[in-house]
Write a protein that binds this ligand. Structure first.
Ligand code: PMP
Length: 493
């Protein structure tokens, strides 16, 4: 059988026997058989440079992690209702990575589970005053359980979503590309005021990724979280940092993302990288919160949370990061990638912004630098074209127009150069004069539709008369069409 018909048969089988709402990456799915370091290998032995999977933080199939897990599976793998030294040693070493005060841990199996538990804790603490409301960031994703979807605009505002529950309050994402909403304190006060006016009780929690990934690789402006945390704590809300995507040395300068903002959260959520691919997650929190959560008398039990195999994976990951000085690697290689991407951005008018810290970076695509209109079709094209050139990245963000770069933190300087030169080749050689106009048109249509919908929403909230709404819509459409005319100068080089 040819490779294509084999792939077709497997895709068909997947469609038949797995749930239908699972997605596959890329225009043509990849049939993987192996991974090693920063590379993934497909059925035809093609080696893809992986610049996007942040789970294998110390590298795919890392032998030291694999050996530790397999040793635990051969020796003992049971739950945390027994005294064992492995989870105590690991908990101690993990907690030592945190600032004073974050001194207690619960082990779970996934980011969703850990966020779900954090919500339970925050609500338990706010329960005396019947506080269940949560403030979240727009575009955020915190997990797939019902409670997590209710605090994830990425889900409830998109296809199949039920819209915003009344207990959730959404802060706009700071738009560093367009200079909007950059003052965290001011935005937090606005959302708190709006929830008060709506007659809601004060929120029991504010949850935010320390660097926002699904939101489009957003780097919070300096002081942003300080401002928000201040406002939230004044009303008694617990501050939760979701470090599922950005923790474990990825940002180079610090081990945890929140440290880049100079804040100390009340609860920190760890996932993905924590086990390098072995299911493990954790809720790290202040003792006082854990005690309040426990005071009701209900036991917390989690069959696999803290089992020997998971703890072995987690402990090995910490050891490898330290032994191989991977946080420092993230700092040095990340800086090099950012500098190279900024040089790339100067050459292409469709790159509106390049941002990042360490090995967490994003490239925001726009129809042109002068209009800064979102360009999801161009971003998707570049992503697929990089994949055809054997480099893996992905797209995400409020407008799906941001290419995400978050490789294993063992990514080397040479791999960084391959990544950037591949993106350059995709823009130079694949995004040809034949292809570009069609993509630009699709993106202009997208912006027009987006503006129209937003205008309608605003018109509804400020109760504009129908005639006024049409005028606003017409003006927005005219402004976009004017932007479209600028597309002939799409490349500044
Ligand atoms: N929080 C964030 C920031 C995430 O990116 C994700 C997963 N993409 C989750 C939570 C949920 O983690 P999991 O898929 O392990 O449940």
């Amino acid at each position: 059988v040819s490779a294509e018909s084999e792939l077709g048969a497997l895709v068909g089988m997947r469609i038949r026997i797995l749930g239908p709402n699972l997605s596959l990456l890329y225009n043509e799915p990849i049939h993987l058989v192996r991974g090693s370091g920063c590379y993934l290998v497909d059925r035809q032995n093609k080696r893809y440079l992986d610049a996007v999977n942040n789970v294998p933080v110390v590298g795919h199939s890392e032998p030291r992690v694999a050996e530790a897990v397999s040793e635990a599976m051969r020796t003992l793998n049971t739950n945390i209702r027994y005294i064992r030294e492995d989870y105590l040693d690991y908990a101690e070493e993990l907690l030592a990575m945190f600032p004073a005060g974050l001194d207690t841990v619960y082990f779970c199996n996934s980011g969703s589970e850990a966020n779900d538990l954090a919500l339970r804790i925050a609500r338990e603490v706010g329960h005396a005053e019947a506080r269940r409301d949560v403030v979240v960031m727009d575009g955020a994703y915190h997990g797939h359980t019902e409670a997590c979807i209710e605090i994830s605009p990425y889900k409830f505002n998109r296809a199949g979503g039920k819209g915003k529950p009344e207990t959730t309050h959404v802060m706009p994402l700071p738009d560093t590309c367009r200079g909007k909403g950059l003052d965290g304190g001011a935005e937090a006060e606005k959302i708190l005021e709006a929830s008060r006016r709506a007659g809601r009780p004060a929120p029991c929690a504010f949850i935010c990724e320390s660097l926002l990934s699904c939101g489009g690789q957003v780097i919070l402006p300096p002081g942003y979280l300080k401002g928000v945390y201040g406002a939230m704590r004044r009303v008694g809300a617990v501050c939760i940092a979701d470090e599922v995507q950005c923790g474990f040395g990825r940002t180079g300068a610090h081990f945890w993302g929140f440290q880049n903002q100079g804040v100390v959260p009340d609860i920190v959520i760890l996932g993905k990288s924590i086990g390098n691919g072995f299911p493990l997650s954790a809720v790290v929190l202040r003792r006082e919160l854990a005690e309040k959560f426990s005071s009701g008398g209900m036991e917390y039990f989690n069959t696999f949370g803290g089992c020997n195999a998971a703890v072995a994976a987690g402990h090995a990951v910490l050891r490898v990061i330290k032994q191989d000085r991977l946080q420092e690697n993230a700092r040095v290689v990340g800086k090099h990638i950012l500098e190279s991407l900024r040089a790339l951005a100067r050459d292409f008018d469709v790159i509106g912004d390049v941002r990042g810290i360490g090995l967490f970076a994003g490239i925001e695509f726009v129809t042109s630098k002068s209009t800064l209109l979102h360009a999801p079709s161009i971003a998707k094209f570049v992503c697929n074209s990089c994949k055809d050139r054997l480099v893996l990245v992905s797209t995400d963000g409020m407008h799906s127009n941001v290419i995400k770069i978050k490789p294993p933190v063992c990514f080397s300087m040479e791999e960084a150069d391959v990544l950037v030169s591949t993106i350059r080749a995709a823009l130079n050689e694949d995004l040809t004069e034949d292809i570009l106009p069609g993509l630009l048109q699709a993106d202009l249509d997208y912006n027009l539709k987006f503006q129209r919908e937003r205008t309608q929403q605003r018109a509804m909230t400020v109760s504009l008369s129908r005639g006024q709404a049409q005028i606003v819509g017409f003006c927005a459409a005219t402004a976009i069409m004017a932007g479209a005319l600028a597309y002939s100068s799409w490349r500044s080089k």
